[in-house]
Design a protein around this ligand. Structure first.
Ligand code: 13P
Length: 340
C-alpha cells in the first residue's frame, strides 16, 4: 500500500465540488429497474444503458468517479474502446462494487449480512490491474421498533472494516457504505438513533482493523423519517439532523462523506445536500458530497426507454442531475435549476 496515493485518490474523489455516480447495480437490480419501465432485461440492454452513461459528454465536469459492476468493468463501447478507458479519458476515476450482495443473516429474521470477503484479496488485485482505483461495499440495516439488532450491526461493521483493510492493502480507496434503510414508518428520531449507533460501530471496527482513515470515503444515508412515516421533516430539518449525527460519530480524519440517495427523488436529494452545505459547509471537517445512483440515473432512464433515438435526451437529463448535485455541494442549488 502506498499511503500517499490512497490519500490523493480519496481526496480527488471529493475535490472540486464533484461527486460519484453509482452505476454498479447488480444484474438483478438493474433488470428490476428496467422491468418497471418496460425496458428489456437483457445483457444487451444493460450494456447499452451503461454505454449511454459513460459516453455522456461533459460528465467529468460534475462527476469525479463512477462505480462500476463486475459485468460493466469488463465491457467495451461498440467501437471496441474499453469502458474503463472511456471513463479515464473523460477525467473520471473508475471504481468497482466488490461485495456480493446482502443475504439473510442467520438467526436474525428480517436482517441482512453483506457477503463477499472470500477471495476478495484476489478480486481486488484483478480490479486494480483493470484500472479501478476505488471500491464500494454496501451493508444494509433495516429499521423497525425492534431492529436493528446489535448482532446485525456488529457483523456488518466488521465485514465493512475487513473489506476496507483489504482495499487499502491493494491500493484501492474503500468507499464504506453502511445504509440505514428508508423502508418503513419509523421517525427521523429513530433513524438518527440507529444511524448514530451504526456509524459509531463502523468507525470502531475500522480502527480495530487498522484502516487508514485519511484514505476512506464514508457513504452514509441521510437522517430521514421512513418512507411511510406520516411526519416528514423539512429539508432544513433533515440537513440539521444529518449533520448533527455525522458530527457526533465521524472522525475528522476521513477524506470525505458522499451520501447515497436511498430512494429519495433526485430533487429532494439535491435540495437536502444543498441545505447541509449552505448551513454547515464552513464549519465541517470533511466535504459533504454525493454518491447517487437512482437520484442521478432515474430521470434519464425514464427518457431512454431502451430506444437509441432517445440517447441524446437521456444523456442531457443525466448531465442535468449531475450538475444539480455539483451545485448542491456549493450550496448553489435551487429548484429553478430543474427547469433549465
Ligand atoms: P442510491 O443512490 O440509488 O441509493 O444508490 C447508491 C448506491 O450506490 C447503493 O449502493
Amino acid at each position: 500500500m502506498n499511503a500517499q496515493e490512497l490519500i490523493d485518490t480519496a481526496r480527488a474523489l471529493v475535490a472540486d465540488d464533484k461527486g460519484l455516480l453509482a452505476m454498479d447495480e447488480s444484474n438483478p437490480t438493474c433488470n428490476q429497474r428496467f422491468a418497471s419501465l418496460g425496458i428489456a432485461q437483457t445483457e444487451e440492454a444493460r450494456h447499452a444503458w451503461r454505454e449511454l452513461i459513460v459516453t455522456t459528454p461533459r460528465l467529468g465536469e460534475s462527476i469525479s468517479g463512477v462505480i462500476l459492476y463486475d459485468e460493466t468493468i469488463r465491457q467495451q463501447k461498440k467501437d471496441g474502446t474499453p469502458f474503463v478507458k472511456v471513463i479515464t479519458d473523460a477525467g473520471i476515476i473508475p471504481g468497482i462494487k466488490v461485495d456480493s450482495g446482502a443475504k439473510d443473516l442467520a438467526g436474525h429474521p428480517g436482517e441482512k449480512i453483506t457477503e463477499g470477503l472470500d477471495g476478495l484479496r484476489e478480486r481486488l488485485a484483478e480490479y486494480a490491474q483493470m484500472g479501478a482505483r476505488f471500491a464500494k461495499w454496501r451493508a444494509v440495516i433495516a429499521v423497525d421498533d425492534c431492529l436493528p439488532s446489535r448482532g446485525c450491526i456488529e457483523a456488518n461493521a466488521q465485514a465493512l472494516a475487513r473489506y476496507a483493510a483489504l482495499c487499502q492493502e491493494a491500493g484501492l480507496v474503500p468507499v464504506v457504505e453502511p445504509e440505514v434503510l428508508m423502508d418503513g414508518d419509523h421517525t427521523l428520531a429513530r433513524c438518527f438513533e440507529v444511524t448514530q449507533e451504526v456509524l459509531r460501530t463502523v468507525f470502531s471496527q475500522l480502527y480495530m482493523q487498522g484502516v487508514m482513515l485519511e484514505g476512506v470515503i464514508l457513504k452514509p444515508n441521510m437522517v430521514l423519517a421512513g418512507l411511510t412515516c406520516p411526519k416528514q421533516e423539512t429539508v432544513d430539518e433533515v440537513a440539521d439532523a444529518t449533520v448533527k449525527c455525522l458530527l457526533r460519530t465521524v472522525p475528522a480524519a476521513i477524506a470525505g462523506i458522499a451520501f447515497l440517495s436511498g430512494g429519495q427523488s433526485g430533487e429532494l436529494a439535491s435540495a437536502r445536500l444543498n441545505a447541509m452545505n449552505v448551513r454547515f459547509k464552513s464549519q465541517l471537517p470533511w466535504p459533504l458530497a454525493f454518491s447517487f445512483a437512482r437520484a442521478i440515473q432515474q430521470p434519464a432512464m425514464e427518457i431512454w426507454q431502451g430506444e437509441v433515438a432517445h440517447v441524446p435526451a437521456a444523456q442531457q437529463a443525466l448531465l442535468q442531475r449531475a450538475r444539480c448535485n455539483r451545485a448542491a455541494r456549493r450550496g448553489e442549488y435551487n429548484s429553478a435549476m430543474e427547469k433549465t
